[in-house]
Design a protein around this ligand. Structure first.
Ligand code: HSE
Length: 399
């Protein structure tokens, strides 16, 4: 019997308990041993839930319990999760976490502690919710130079953008729904400002490069400025607006960014809607591959966490190698990144803007007093420079 402790009985924590209970036999067969939740750490009590008999309020009960071999951290946030996880690893307990903030910031250090202790620090659920992407990158895509990862990595924003696109819904109203459905972060600013996707693409880039990509170095734009007018132009262009998290190698540089993009029907991420996430990966030998599925929510995320528990139970006394050192990965400057842009300008600025941006095509979405146009390909720096000469109503990169 492998005894585990769960830190946090919120959306994901209760999901972990439910997954383990619902699929108990199958999970035990996969793990090669029975898995039992012995303790659940939470500040709260749950008098009407059978979990109450396992609730502890003091972490030292778990840390000092020699029977606990695996700790599941699903509290979220960096503190106190970092100190709890580090102590667990130092005391010889493997850890499975869904906490992308923790992994993005301290992943490399926690992996190195796990290696010293010959145990494991697993974090499959930290990117893409229930989609297997971390382990495939480490185990299956090891023969390739990965030159691009482009993903829809945040379920909340994809849900919001999809509802705005297909139902014409209002941003605030859809965001509230996403929160009620348990997709959003406690502070949904991390979702809508792109920080959550930024942490996830930082983790994926760290894994493929083997070096630390700091989330703070990822150029990040969220979806808060996307309006219903932008949606009308997207429709007119037969495109859709998606928040893409992208890591791309070009001319020896790795550019990492999160931003809304207009993408057309031939793009692999075009039909990824609602809370679904997808990660497109391009390898220099493999070519294209894509991972697709439930990117957020209680049970999909818990399913990925429990798969880590199974993997940890299979490797209780040996470390599964993860290539991610603490050495910092130098990133390309976003000022040099080349895109085409869709811009909206006032009707009276149409001629000047067309000449400035080298645009040949005017887009009329039927909004009085303004038009849209598509620029030639240029670097971010060139675009920012040109944009100083004309007043833009909005701008979105085109993929
Ligand atoms: N808030 C996150 C999302 C949860 O919406 O994708 C899963 O990481």
């Amino acid at each position: 019997m492998v005894k585990i402790a769960v830190l946090g009985y919120g959306t994901v924590g209760s999901g972990v308990v439910e997954v383990l209970k619902t699929n108990q036999k199958l999970i035990s067969a996969n793990a090669g041993d029975e898995i039992e939740v012995k303790h659940v750490l939470d500040l709260r009590d749950f008098p009407d839930d059978p979990i109450q008999e396992k609730i502890v309020h003091d972490y030292s009960v778990i840390l000092n319990d020699p029977e606990i071999q695996i700790v599941v951290e699903v509290m979220g946030g960096v503190n106190p999760a970092y100190s709890f996880v580090k102590q667990a690893l130092l005391s010889g307990k493997s850890v499975a976490t869904s906490n992308k903030e923790l992994v993005a910031k301290h992943g490399a250090e926690l992996i190195s502690i796990a290696k010293q202790q010959q145990i494991n620090f697993f974090f499959e659920a930290s990117v893409g919710g229930g989609i297997p992407i971390i382990r495939p990158l480490q185990c299956c895509l090891t023969a390739d130079e990965i030159d691009e990862i482009s993903g829809i990595l945040n379920g909340t924003t994809n849900y919001v953008l999809s509802e705005m696109t297909f139902q014409g819904s209002d941003f605030e109203e859809v965001l509230r729904e996403a929160q009620e459905l348990g997709y959003a972060e406690r502070n949904p600013q991390a979702d809508v400002e792109g920080f959550d996707a930024g942490r996830k693409i930082a983790i994926l880039t760290s894994l493929v490069s083997g070096r630390q990509v700091d989330f703070e170095d990822v150029y990040t734009e969220g979806i808060t400025k996307i309006s219903s007018a932008d949606m009308k132009y997207a429709k007119k262009l037969n495109c859709i607006i998606k928040l893409l998290a992208r890591s791309r190698r070009k001319d020896g540089q790795t550019y990492v960014m999160v931003a809304p993009f207009l993408i057309g029907p031939k793009h692999p991420l075009y039909s990824v809607n609602g809370v679904l996430n997808a990660v497109y990966v391009h390898g220099n030998m493999l070519g294209d591959t894509m991972f697709f599925g439930s990117g957020a929510g209680k049970l999909p995320t818990a399913s990925a966490v429990v798969s880590d528990v199974v993997e940890a139970a299979r490797h209780l006394h040996d470390h599964v190698e993860v290539k991610w050192s603490q050495e910092k990965m130098p990133l390309g400057k976003i000022a040099d990144y080349v895109s085409r842009f869709f811009v909206r300008v006032k009707e009276e600025d149409q001629e000047a803007a067309c000449a400035l941006f080298g645009s040949e095509k005017i887009v009329d979405a039927g909004i009085a007093g303004e038009v849209g146009l598509i620029t030639r390909a240029m670097t971010e720096e060139q675009f920012a420079h040109l944009a100083e000469s004309v007043s833009l109503l909005s701008r979105i990169r085109i993929d």
